[in-house]
Design a protein around this ligand. Structure first.
Ligand SMILES: Cc1cc2nc3c(=O)[nH]c(=O)nc-3n(C[C@H](O)[C@H](O)[C@H](O)COP(=O)(O)OP(=O)(O)OC[C@H]3O[C@@H](n4cnc5c(N)ncnc54)[C@H](O)[C@@H]3O)c2cc1C
Length: 417
């Protein structure tokens, strides 16, 4: 069959806030998206941490181009200076955007992208590669399909692939067997997960704002439920630096959370364990025993692993990607965001050029583009997809707007979400 590859749609993997923004930007450039979302509704990763109040206000969390589109409907714009929860972002922005008549025809829910490759090419084959369409292998309740597209924007996030508790980057010995007592991410402790934690000894592992959220809720629960102990394990050697945001921080919600955790520590409501490096987890008499580098931790009932996330790279394994070996973000972006190298705030702008790969037409965007670096903000993602859509529309580099990561990281400079 002969066809012009340029007439094929552009695949977007994931209908989170950044994937939907990519769709709006492509449509704005006269291009046709096809959006695959594995969940039964849009923003399904967001829904998993819907109870968490975001530390960036509405003005940071919505894409200006999407706002223009929504303003043409009966959408009620949120107050830009207020701070939504994840659920509010979903209900008041992500769902209305996905329900817009410009987007719905392109959206395929309950459809997981399993693999992406290039038609008639495995990763080794050069000949004709550049002009071959991409093959997107999807699966849904009707089975598997191969869909041809001209380009691929991977906005599939990282929430489904959390980091392990184990000290070496791999599961601690016994971690998989203990999985029924471990929650990765930020459980809704004061909501549906309350029963799991009430009256128990709970260990939170991780040093960022997700850990702060879990600790805040556990302490609140302990005030309503007898016999609880709230333990906090961090990799660092002290908890001296909890309030890191400046007084005039634009992200006031983040500072509020930091100050609250400091207060709880001062009041002795959280038991802190520093220099945590978990080697093994075992059950003994119905309790979890964690072997740490420097000895055993007290026995616990439940663990919350707020240890961050990593990108799932399997889906791209037949494509020629170029990834930074430390951050696992696109190679040119890696050194700009690597927390080993940077104090945040010194990161130059980035866009389609930094997000590209040897496989032309492939872009990883959104939080997945940051790989293991923990500093991503939605506002960066919206600028990324604007730049990528412009590049796919054939605009020259000088036309392409880039994401000003410097600006954004300076407001998120603790590198700790
Ligand atoms: C607890 C928490 C608080 C945060 N707070 C803030 C904040 O205050 N401010 C801020 O700017 N950022 C914040 N972030 C970071 C970031 O902005 C969010 O994670 C945001 O959801 C990232 O958007 P995304 O579209 O890149 O990815 P996601 O929202 O994760 O969306 C990815 C989508 O892809 C789908 N998907 C995954 N795999 C596949 C597949 N194979 N096929 C098809 N679909 C697939 C998923 O179901 C999901 O809907 C926070 C993150 C967390 C976890």
């Amino acid at each position: 069959m002969t066809y012009n590859v340029k007439n094929l749609p552009i695949a977007i993997i994931g209908a989170g806030p950044v994937g939907l923004s990519a769709a709006v930007n492509l449509i704005d450039m006269g291009l046709t998206p096809i959006v695959f979302e594995s969940g039964s509704s849009v923003g399904s990763n967001l829904a998993k941490w819907g109870h968490v109040r975001m530390f960036s206000p509405w003005s940071y969390n919505m894409d200006p181009i999407a706002i223009s589109l929504l303003k043409k409907t009966d959408w009620i714009e949120p107050v830009l200076s207020e701070f939504p929860t994840g659920q509010e972002l979903l209900e008041r922005y992500v769902i209305p955007l996905a329900s817009h008549e410009a987007i719905t025809p392109h959206l395929h829910l309950n459809t997981r992208v399993e693999n992406v490759s290039r038609q008639y090419h495995d990763i080794l084959r050069n000949e004709g590669r550049k002009n071959a369409p991409f093959v997107v292998r999807t699966s849904n309740s009707e089975g598997q399909s191969d869909i041809l597209v001209q380009a691929v924007i991977d906005a599939s996030g990282t929430y489904q692939t959390p980091n392990w508790l184990g000290a070496h980057g791999i599961p601690a010995l016994g971690e998989l067997a203990a999985s029924q007592s471990i929650i990765y991410g930020v459980p809704d402790i004061l909501g549906p997960a309350r029963k799991q934690y009430a009256g128990r000894t709970v260990l939170v592992v991780g040093g960022g704002h997700s850990a702060f959220n879990a600790l805040q809720d556990l302490v609140k629960l302990s005030e309503q439920s007898d016999g609880m102990r709230v333990l906090w394990g961090i990799r660092g050697s002290s908890v001296n630096n909890i309030v890191r945001s400046p007084e005039n921080d634009e992200l006031q919600e983040r500072r509020r959370l930091e100050m609250h955790i400091q207060k709880l520590l001062d009041e002795g409501k959280i038991e802190v364990f520093t220099n945590i490096a978990i080697e093994s987890i075992n059950y003994e008499n119905g309790k979890l025993i964690l072997q740490n580098r420097s000895g055993q931790l007290p026995p616990v009932d439940q663990i919350i692993a707020a240890t961050g996330f990593r990108p799932d790279l399997d889906v791209m394994s037949e494509l020629r990607t170029s990834l930074d070996s430390a951050t696992q973000s696109p190679a040119a972006l890696g050194p700009l965001i690597d927390p080993n190298l940077h104090t945040c705030g010194s990161v130059p702008e980035h866009g389609a050029t930094e997000l590209s790969h040897p496989e032309s037409g492939l872009y990883i965007v959104g939080i997945k583009s940051y790989g293991r670096a923990p500093t991503f903000l939605l506002r960066t993602g919206y600028k990324q997809v604007k730049s990528v859509a412009s590049a796919l529309a054939g605009k020259t580099e000088s036309d392409v707007q880039t994401a000003n990561a410097c600006d954004l990281l300076s407001v998120n400079r603790n590198c700790s979400q």
